[in-house]
Design a protein around this ligand. Structure first.
Ligand SMILES: [Zn+2]
Ligand SMILES: [Zn+2]
Length: 453
């Protein structure tokens, strides 16, 4: 018998964590934090498994909404064994060390959370067991007599990202993690196993987005180049808020590639913070992961460190393209301060290239236009948008039609939809159920157990 219990990341993006019990072997698929919740609310609902067996954790990739809660999980389940790809293990080390530092500084904002130290992160990362894509490994839980065979499949989302294939004597389960079937600037699209799947646990991030609003990469790069050249020719600087892992690398890849091709004006490129540590990882793993151009090295791209710049007028005197995290321009970050400065500058522009949650300052800027009055936060003063604002789409998740194609290829008997908002999950569900085949479709809900015999 197989039992499936979502602990988080079911009908939303954040705190992804799904418990599976396969004939006595307890598994957790991902163990993330909710990026916009505070304190205990940001953790997966670990209480739901406090009396259950937990043997293994399989981590799909190193984004905080998939790994951020591991340091808390191991306090509750110290004997659990954690598995991921080799690249994810190294990225997780950077991400968790960084999070430990932030948590220590912001402890008063996280009621009920016990901070963890950098030493604990070191011990935790050392204990992670890593495998390459396609390598099969066998496991059996402490109280189970059955063996399971597990392998990671390139999910094409960020460096090291993987879908997880679990084969038992009764059922084959495939968990997509965050998956992307389109080629990005750096990464190759997802790779699927040639296997018949029984239970498919699929993300549905873009389920609510009409794919006609997701232009192909070439068209969008052309538009990005055209708009960037306009601002640079005018003497302005462009602020591009990006997530430090994934989007930063894709964007710097695009910018460097277009400058080399002679289409984008050669200007100063500013980067800073954590993204720089991730550039090194992308370089390190370029030959061992599937990607478009293995010879491209981030270390060959001349970059100025914006973290070292104290006076923001610098960007007026030496204009250029500025890649900055946080990706959603959250308050109390350097990018928030930069955005405030940018909004006052007529010749400057802010380019939005990724997802913005409705509650964030980034969302307010993304949905504003020149001359409009906006309030970045509830407590900030109203300001006029003097700079240009443009939106671009460089998706790192699959289009919804590609998810349906994946389901057609893997031919599962059951599909569980996770990691999406209600509208998206509903679109996917309706599309699948309209086919009138034997497929059973479930929308995951935190705490709602699904049983498969
Ligand atoms: Zn992700
Ligand atoms: Zn995610």
């Amino acid at each position: 018998m197989i039992s499936f219990i979502p602990l988080g990341g079911a009908s939303e993006v954040g705190a992804s964590s799904f418990y599976l019990n396969l004939n006595g072997t307890g598994i957790l698929l991902d163990c993330g934090l909710h990026p916009r919740k505070k304190g205990k609310d940001s953790l997966p609902a670990f209480d739901l498994i406090k009396d259950k067996d937990l043997d293994f954790v399989f981590i799909s990739h190193a984004h905080q909404d998939h790994i951020g809660a591991i340091p808390y999980l191991i306090k509750l389940h110290p004997h659990v064994r954690i598995f991921c790809t080799t690249a994810t293990k190294e990225l997780a080390s950077i991400a968790l060390h960084n999070a430990a530092g932030i948590l220590e500084k912001e402890m008063n904002q996280h009621p009920g959370m016990i901070p963890y130290t950098n030493d604990e992160v070191d011990m935790l990362v050392k204990s992670i067991i890593d495998y390459d894509y396609g390598e099969e490994f066998e496991l059996s839980g402490l109280l189970s007599s059955c063996t399971i065979k597990v392998s990671f499949w390139d999910a094409g989302h960020i460096l090291g990202s993987a879908s997880v294939l679990i084969e038992s004597s009764e059922k084959t389960i495939f968990y997509t993690g965050d998956i992307n079937f389109s080629t990005q600037q750096i990464l190759a699209p997802a790779d699927l196993p040639e296997k018949k799947i029984d239970i498919l646990i699929s993300e549905s991030t873009y389920g609510a987005i009409d794919s006609r609003n997701l232009p192909d990469l070439k068209t969008e790069v052309r538009r990005f180049v055209k708009e960037t050249n306009k601002v640079l020719a005018d003497g302005g600087s462009i602020l591009v808020p990006v997530f430090s892992l994934g989007k930063s690398q894709e964007l710097l890849g695009i910018i460097a590639g277009e400058i080399i091709a002679g289409r984008l004006t050669d200007s100063t490129i500013y980067t800073g913070g954590l993204m720089r540590a991730y550039f090194k990882m992308y370089d390190k793993f370029r030959f061992t992961t599937r990607r478009k151009n293995k010879n491209f090295l981030f270390s060959d791209v001349i970059q100025e460190n914006h973290s070292a710049i104290r006076n923001l007028n610098h960007f007026d005197n030496k204009n250029g393209i500025v890649l900055v995290s946080s990706g959603m321009l959250l308050e109390k970050t350097a990018s928030f301060e930069m955005a405030k400065f940018w909004l006052n500058m007529k010749k400057f522009a802010i380019f939005i290239v990724g997802y913005m949650d409705e509650s964030t300052p980034g969302f307010k800027i993304a949905n504003s236009s020149r001359g409009e009055k906006i309030k970045l936060t509830d407590f900030s003063k109203e300001c006029i948008v003097s700079c240009g604002v443009q939106k671009f789409s460089f998706p790192s998740h699959s289009r919804r039609e590609d998810l349906i194609k994946m389901i057609d290829k893997l031919k599962p008997r059951s599909v569980i939809l996770v990691h999406g908002e209600e509208d998206g999950i509903n679109w996917m569900g309706r599309k699948l159920l309209a086919r009138k085949n034997e497929l059973s479709v479930s929308a995951a809900e935190v705490g709602k157990e699904l049983i498969f015999n």
